[in-house]
Design a protein around this ligand. Structure first.
Ligand code: 3HC
Length: 311
């Protein structure tokens, strides 16, 4: 049972009061927020890598500048989220150390390879589409700094999803080879995009407590269902086939029934055995090590400036 402080805290959560950094909070609330926000930030930073693969090979200068803008937005989302995590008393360096040591998670979706330009469309459409569905409720979560960070992120994500769908539309209405490329990308990104929402509600170890604390406003399966219901008509408009033979409209539910997710694939990716896990981590560690001199120079410069002020 809860202490008087925890009861008062829960009463504030139930009343929809935003918890701020200076407010008392149960250690477990702080801990689960550091876990989720830092992994969210890691996802944004690692998420730049799959798309970075196609910057030098974009088909037009316009597509190249849009892709660059999206990747830059993601870097900003990551820094924004590390900032939100720091309000909980952790340092950015220790969060990054956990990532580089393979101890912290980032979204499974970024461990898949980007094999063709159509993947840039499928990622914007499906990955950012899923991220938006997951992030909109987070704008109303109980922790103030996280909710406010999400408002800014969601504004930019809608551009990310729209530009991705525009790429898919162009390809789907192009030559047969282009349409085949778009279909191949949909085939490879569909199921991993549904896995982004996490394990089934029955398997989700954090959902019950996160829901009680209004960190999670909708369950993993509810948001996954929302993604399917939203995306099937979009695929039909593109004239592409969703790679799920069990997908069908369920009139009485007013939702789509869909096939089983391959949870062994999901668990493999989470264990670090996805197609690109090692490559992604190695790239991040190398970037961190190669950037050490620059960070040290910035700090040395700042210290010199500060010394001048006090002198
Ligand atoms: N990839 C990696 N790990 C995942 C995962 C995924 N897709 N889904 C779940 N997990 C992990 C959880 O982190 C948890 O492990 P942990 O306790 O060690 O952290 C475990 O699997 C069990 O999952 P739960 O459902 O119990 O965990 P949560 O309650 O935290 O729910 C979540 C998982 C829905 C991803 C939730 O953490 C969340 O909403 N996070 C914030 C949003 C986020 O991180 N989105 C990443 C999408 S990518 C992105 O936003 C970038 C955009 O630009 C594309």
């Amino acid at each position: 049972d809860m202490s008087a402080e925890e009861q008062a805290f829960q009463a504030r959560i139930d009343a929809g009061v935003k918890i701020e950094a200076k407010d008392w909070m149960p250690d477990a609330y702080r801990k689960t927020l550091v876990r989720q926000i830092s992994q969210h930030a890691h996802s944004e930073i690692v998420g730049q890598l799959p798309e970075g693969n196609w910057v030098t090979r974009a088909p037009t200068l316009k597509r190249k500048s849009i892709l660059l803008a999206k990747i830059q937005d993601e870097a900003g989302h990551g820094l924004y989220l590390y900032g939100a995590a720091e309000t909980l008393g952790v340092s950015r360096d220790e969060l990054l150390e956990a990532l580089h040591a393979g101890k912290a998670k980032y979204s499974s979706i970024f461990n898949y390879p980007t094999l063709s330009w159509a993947d840039m469309g499928a990622i914007g459409w499906l990955v950012d589409g899923s991220a938006i569905i997951n992030q909109i409720p987070l704008c109303r979560c109980s922790y103030g700094p996280y909710a406010r960070a999400m408002v800014r992120v969601c504004k930019e994500e809608s551009f990310h999803a729209r530009q991705g769908y525009d790429i898919m539309l162009k390809l789907a209405q192009g030559t047969p080879e282009q349409k085949a490329m778009a279909q191949d990308a949909l085939d490879r990104w569909w199921w991993p995009s549904l896995m982004m929402f996490g394990p089934s509600d029955a398997e989700s170890v954090n959902s019950a407590q996160s829901s009680k604390w209004r960190i999670k406003l909708f369950s993993n399966d509810e948001l996954r269902q929302r993604m399917v219901d939203q995306t099937v008509p979009q695929a039909e408009f593109l004239g592409l086939t969703i790679p799920d033979p069990d997908l069908r409209w369920n009139e009485e539910r007013g939702q789509y029934d869909f096939g089983d997710i391959d949870w062994t694939e999901f668990q493999d990716v989470l264990k670090g055995n996805g197609p690109c896990n090692r490559e992604r981590l190695r790239t991040r560690v190398t970037a961190w090590e190669d950037g050490a001199w620059f960070r040290e120079a910035l700090v040395a410069h700042a210290d010199k400036q500060a010394a001048k002020q006090t002198a």
